[in-house]
Design a protein around this ligand. Structure first.
Ligand code: 13P
Length: 257
């Protein structure tokens, strides 16, 4: 079974609610034609309800950039998966910026993944190694350990609802992307092979895996041509409607052919 490509724009801490709504009104018509690609935008929490409502009649889906694992309670500043449920379909968790600056751990990513699945939402779990780990040749064992920890206790059935994003930290916002072949090789060995060991070949074939890190219209085709890459998690280029639309168009063309 072919895996449906998924292109998600992670806006990070960008765009006010007004800017977010204006942006999706401009973006949605540009993305309307590409039904063979899942198209997702991830605004800030503050803009979430407004963006969800602006996209109500659009095929473009909304993702949150995080969710707490508890449903409610004394967790100042946090938003639960249950609270997000009416507005989003996906929740990005484990992003390296959260791991680096906000004490996100493998354990919290795992708890969040379970809470998101329980809320009937789909996690996009980000993993990836640092430059030092990459240069020391530790990429595969490290990313593999992140995947094993993130998926601890998750059933094979639920795996079909999970997207994994491989984002080498050294390629994020640096303008320095991994080559398509390198990303594909790491995704195959560190991600699909690990999932095959844990959940069998069928699950490894089914799970969707994105590449992220300086994805731009100019290098998108290289990534989308790889057999193990099912889409992209995009930062900078997702803030520009024409660039994001170009990424979706390229995914539809390359993956559809
Ligand atoms: P850039 O596309 O800006 O490198 O960011 C990638 C990213 O972190 C997406 O989550």
């Amino acid at each position: 079974m072919a895996r449906m490509p998924i292109i998600a724009g992670n806006w990070k801490m960008n765009k006010s609610p007004a800017e977010s709504v204006a942006f999706v009104r401009q973006l949605a018509p540009k993305l309307a034609a590409y039904g063979e690609v899942e198209r997702v935008v991830a605004p800030t929490f503050l803009a979430m309800t407004a963006v969800a409502s602006a996209l109500q009649d659009s095929p473009v889906k909304v993702a949150a950039q995080d969710a707490h694992w508890q449903a409610e309670g004394a967790y100042t500043s946090q938003v639960s998966a249950d609270m997000l449920q009416p507005y989003v379909e996906y929740v990005i968790i484990g992003h390296s910026e959260r791991r680096a600056y906000l004490a996100e751990s493998d354990e919290s990513v795992n708890r969040k993944a379970k809470a998101i699945l329980a809320a009937d939402l789909q996690p996009i779990i980000a993993v990836g190694e640092s430059l030092a780990q990459y240069e020391a040749g530790e990429t595969v064992p490290f990313v593999r350990s992140q995947v094993i920890a993130a998926l601890d206790g998750i059933t094979t059935g639920d795996l079909a609802r999970i997207v994994i994003a491989y984002e080498p930290i050294w390629a994020i916002g640096s303008g320095k992307s991994a080559s398509g072949e390198l990303a594909d090789e790491i995704i195959r060995t560190a991600l699909r092979d690990t999932i095959a060991e844990l959940h069998g070949d069928g699950a490894a074939e089914t799970v969707r895996i994105q590449y992220g890190g300086s994805v731009k219209p100019g290098n998108m085709e290289e990534f989308m041509s790889q057999p193990n890459i099912d889409g992209a998690l995009v930062g900078g280029a997702s803030l520009d409607a024409d660039d994001f639309a170009a990424l979706v168009e390229i995914a539809a063309r390359v993956k559809g052919s």
